[in-house]
Design a protein around this ligand. Structure first.
Ligand code: UD1
Length: 354
């Protein structure tokens, strides 16, 4: 069996890591296509190096652009790649523009398509990720869902016989990396012997509106303990454009960290403030309270279990962060850390069925 994975953005490299390892263990021929959506070392190569992922077989080097241009460039590049490799199936990950491009190219070229992290919904049609994941689920021949909630969303949209619950592969990676870095001293530009928090911001809704960004940064600056703000390139560019200082008050701005260092930083922190999907879940798995600067989340279990709070109005962010520690929980809504093995087994069954 030959499976072709299409990835392009930071969270997809994290998901690819356990899949690439499980494919190798199962003797599956695995072609990795990098669309080039993320290209800075800290946003791309660092993940391949730190997570032991084989170098991509193909790189479409599309770079940044408007949604249409970026997705279109990937789609154009994929025709040739699929013709060259002729895989038995294409595997797409998550909800980025790279996911949608991989989806459309597979469908157009009549290659069977599997979607990893199927069934997540924010029900916010303003988000490009919501279009990407809905379209992908409806185009896919196999929907690999991370949670019961995701399975229920797929069922509500009439996708039942193509859906299977496999668990969350990001949990696989997190468990492995957590154990690897537990004894390391964190090396961060904040005093890690004192309480600190970790923050990330990259969603257009937060970064591209001057007033929204100013309010969020003012709230972060006013917090009682230092906040290490790991700045995505888009955040840096927008702050510069609006003349906003990322390192005001208690905020210490720094570049994005390699994945193991990020996990270590979160493990040692008093809390996370983010608009990332993956980081909400990683904070929960590490039992670090999370405050999410979004009005909804796909990872509803983190909120229901009390470890994540959504900030509906950025003006209340500092107040929302300052709250009592949540009740301990043993719940494992994201699976047992062995999802990737199940994914590969399901892919094998699927292709055997033809
Ligand atoms: C993308 C995904 C988002 C995911 C995020 C993870 C889409 C629609 N969005 O958002 O779902 O959560 O990745 O990080 O696919 N840039 C660089 N260097 C890079 C990459 C980006 O400077 O290596 C800058 C460029 O100015 C670019 C901007 O960041 O225009 C946004 O990058 P893009 O890939 O379009 O979207 P993300 O915000 O990263």
């Amino acid at each position: 069996m030959k499976i072709l994975s299409v990835v392009g953005a930071r969270p997809q490299f994290v998901k690819l890591a356990p899949i690439a390892h499980a494919m190798a263990e199962a003797g599956v021929e695995h072609v990795i296509v990098h669309t080039g959506q993320h290209y800075d070392h800290a946003m791309s190569d660092s993940f391949f190096e730190e997570l032991g992922i084989p170098a991509p077989d193909e790189n479409l080097t599309v770079g940044s652009g408007t949604h249409g241009r970026q997705t279109g460039a990937m789609l154009a590049g994929m025709d040739e790649v699929l013709e060259r490799h002729r895989p038995d199936g294409v595997l797409v990950y998550g909800d980025t523009n790279s996911t949608l491009a991989g989806t459309l190219s597979a469908v157009k070229m009549h290659v069977p398509l599997a979607h990893l992290e199927a069934g997540l919904r924010s029900f916010n049609r303003r988000m490009p990720e919501e279009h990407n994941r809905v379209l992908t689920d409806h185009a896919a021949d196999l929907c690999l869902a991370p949670t019961e909630v995701a399975m229920a969303h797929l069922a509500a949209e009439g996708i039942t016989d193509r859906a299977v619950l496999v668990g969350d592969v990001m949990t696989d990676v997190l468990h492995q990396v957590r154990d690897r870095v537990a004894d390391l001293e964190p090396s961060l530009p904040v005093d890690t012997t004192q309480p600190y928090r970790v923050a990330t911001l990259h969603r257009a809704d937060n970064t591209d509106d001057e007033q929204q960004l100013r309010t969020i940064l003012d709230n972060l600056a006013s917090l009682d303990v230092p906040t290490l703000l790991l700045a995505h390139p888009r955040l840096r560019a927008k702050a510069a454009e609006f003349g906003l200082d990322l390192s005001a008050g208690s905020v210490v701005a720094a570049d994005p960290l390699p994945y193991p260092q990020l996990v270590r930083a979160v493990m040692g922190s008093a809390g996370v403030i983010t608009d990332s999907g993956g980081l909400q879940k990683e904070a929960f798995l590490l039992r670090v309270p999370c405050t999410t600067v979004r009005t909804e989340t796909e990872w509803v279990e983190t909120v229901e279990l009390g470890w994540n709070v959504l900030v509906t109005d950025p003006a209340t962010l500092a107040r929302d962060v300052d709250r009592p520690q949540p009740a301990p929980t043993e719940a494992t809504p994201y699976g047992d850390g062995h999802a990737a093995t199940r994914v590969v087994q399901e892919l094998q069954r699927w292709r055997e069925r033809g």
